[in-house]
Design a protein around this ligand. Structure first.
Ligand code: ADP
Length: 618
């Protein structure tokens, strides 16, 4: 039965990893905890059982925008669902709750703040509740990034319910501490726990170090014609600059940062969601609660403060499972800018706030890990997942380090010079000073140290840039470590001794051909790009008319599937990815009509197409 619902309502043929276990566990009335990465398809895990269980399901969700999106989505699929939150008047709330009591609605989304209000408690006593689902369940844990005190009332609310309810909880945050907290605080009863890991195979990760970022960005952006994307910058000033430059080149761009009026921010965010603008240039203030599934690229114009933030921000790409690009434009100045931010912490009104030394040290440590990621020569996905405690056996072949053409170069002698120089400088200086000494450059500020008397003074012929790369490599490979925060000094680890003694050879990949990010996305590379644009336009019009986001009408993948299959009858249209009976009924005719017109205009022989699609007859 649950398999039928997947096709009939959602228009998908197969479950994704973890979904079927979640559904069968819940239907067997066992509590469930799903730790699944963004885009894995957590919603279906509780929405399908919610339809099959006898009573209603209450979904607790922290963000109004997310719950609205989910409800619009379900309604489009022909599933009656509703929400109550602060955007509704008390009268509207009453109407919605009555719908649930009368059995017109099986799924109710609610914010945690609502749960313990007298109205909601009264409501809960009146209806048969089969399941309570806690979305973004990590918000209950103090150890998570997004701790929300409002989540603390959830257990009280559950306790008040007289009936036996199934609990299901979902999150993308997987640290052991957070997981234990969720199970304990929500009092999940012998839950089945499914952990899918962090990897998002559809995301391509890339780090580039352009000499001129803006010029590089101009070039890069041409790779994403008519596609949705986000460019993150680390300051309002940079946002403005990138915005002005791209606007000047007639790109369809919007800008979002904390300095804009809230109405302006809301409008621009809506334009992005509605596909009215393609590219959003923003500070980190943008993104929380954005569920837009067709973001094809996320470019970081500046390096973010840590890997957690980077993964979260970059992870806004490719939520619909399509291939998407996450590109970080790194420069050494980004590191200094982040250090400055650590030293100058301000509250929301711009007043300086004192940060405890141990927190500051943690911030520096995280920044250092981010810097190491940016400078790593290993498979980027391996480094990233390793940071989250996951081991990837093989290189991913879907990141810039795997794709760049590199040459393994023996740098043992140069590494020995560097290590020796650090040692002779008594391990008291940072990389830039060490490199200057290796190059034989005097530094007035440090004249008293008489570096010119060291045997390693001026010993290297390598350009400073290459020496810098080797130093970074030696740090990533743990022959050197940095001590201190703001102005860290280089120190040798015990393994450095083996290099100095000549027992270990150091070879590192030197990039000889930096491959550009794979350029064209599947939608555009498709054989019918004109049709794709026509379908996109129709989708936009329908979305505007119904005041819903275009991706709620159809995801990009559905449009791509239409272009591939060129369906011309309802029977063919139902085979399109993401088309269930309700969507066929609502939109089939309009989309089929555009496809037929297109085929006629270009004199495509549809009979042949259909014959091609049929299985071979024996
Ligand atoms: P999450 O909450 O885990 O980030 P969502 O539930 O929002 O993910 O789903 C992400 C995307 O994957 C949505 O566009 C959704 O329609 C799609 N999706 C979910 N399950 C499937 C499936 N079985 N087959 C194809 N697409 C799916």
């Amino acid at each position: 039965m649950y398999k039928q619902i997947l096709k009939q309502h959602f228009g998908y043929d197969t479950f994704r990893n973890g979904q079927e276990i979640a559904i069968t566990t819940i239907l067997a009335k066992q509590d469930f905890l799903g730790i699944m990465p963004t885009g894995a398809g957590k919603s279906i895990c509780y929405q399908i059982p919610a339809l099959l269980l006898e009573g209603i399901t209450i979904v607790i969700s922290p963000l109004i925008s997310l719950m609205q999106d989910q409800v619009y989505n379900l309604r489009q699929l022909g599933i009656e669902a509703t929400f109550i939150n602060s955007t509704l008047t008390p009268a509207d709330i009453s109407v919605q709750l009555n719908k649930v009591i009368n059995g017109q609605c099986k799924i109710l989304y609610v914010t945690p703040e609502r749960l313990m209000t007298p109205m909601f408690i009264q409501f809960a006593a009146k209806c048969a509740i089969s399941m309570i689902t806690i979305d973004e369940a990590h918000c209950i844990s103090q150890w998570g990034n997004d701790f929300r005190p409002e989540y603390k009332v959830i257990p009280d609310f559950i306790n008040r319910i007289q009936q036996k309810v199934i609990l299901s909880a979902f999150t993308a945050t997987a640290t052991a501490q957070v997981k234990d907290d969720i199970i304990e605080l929500l009092k999940l009863n012998c839950p089945r726990v499914v952990t899918l890991g962090f990897d998002r195979p559809n995301l391509y990760f890339s780090v580039v170090k352009p000499k001129k970022k803006m010029a590089y960005l101009f070039d890069l952006i041409t790779s994403f014609p008519n596609q949705s994307g986000i460019i993150y910058c680390n300051s309002r000033k940079n946002v403005q600059e990138v915005y002005d430059k791209l606007k000047g080149k007639n790109y369809s761009v919007g800008m979002y940062h904390g300095g804009l009026h809230s109405v302006e921010r809301k409008n621009i965010q809506n334009s992005f969601i509605q596909d009215e603008i393609d590219i959003m240039i923003a500070t980190l203030a943008f993104g929380m609660g954005i569920d837009k599934s067709n973001v094809s690229f996320v470019i970081h114009y500046n390096m973010p403060k840590d890997i957690e933030s980077y993964y979260q921000e970059a992870g806004r790409a490719g939520r619909d499972g399509s291939e998407a690009k996450c590109i970080l434009l790194y420069s050494a100045q980004d590191v200094s800018a982040q250090k400055w931010l650590i030293e100058h912490n301000n509250d929301e009104f711009g007043n300086p706030i004192e940060i405890a030394p141990h927190i500051k040290a943690q911030q520096y440590k995280r920044l250092n890990d981010m810097e190491n990621y940016s400078n790593s020569t290993k498979c980027l996905r391996k480094v990233m997942l390793g940071y989250f405690g996951e081991i990837l056996q093989d290189d991913c072949n879907n990141c810039s380090n795997c794709n760049n053409i590199t040459e393994q170069t023996d740098v043992t002698v140069e590494a020995q010079k560097i290590l020796s120089c650090i040692y002779r400088m008594k391990q008291k200086f940072g990389a830039s000073v060490v490199i200057k000494v290796l190059k034989g450059k005097s530094i007035a500020k440090y004249a008293a140290y008489k570096f010119e008397t060291l045997t390693t003074f001026g010993i290297s012929d390598m350009p400073e840039k290459v020496l810098d790369q080797i130093v970074k490599y030696l740090i990533c490979e743990n022959y050197i470590y940095k001590e201190g925060t703001r102005y860290p000094v280089l120190k040798l680890t015990t393994t450095a001794i083996d290099v100095l003694k000549g027992n270990v050879k150091i070879t590192m990949p030197i990039v000889i051909n930096e491959k550009r990010t794979p350029i064209i996305k599947e939608s555009v590379s498709h054989e019918h790009p004109i049709l794709f644009e026509q379908l996109r336009q129709l989708r936009k019009e329908i979305a505007q008319l119904n005041k819903i986001p275009p991706y709620v009408v159809f995801e990009d993948k559905a449009l791509i599937s239409m272009c591939q299959q060129l369906p011309q009858t309802p029977n063919q249209f139902i085979n399109v990815f993401g088309v269930g009976t309700k969507k066929l009924e609502s939109y089939g005719e309009q989309f089929i009509s555009v496809i037929i017109d297109y085929c006629q205009q270009y004199e495509l022989n549809l009979e042949d197409k259909i014959a091609e699609a049929l299985p071979m007859q024996i």
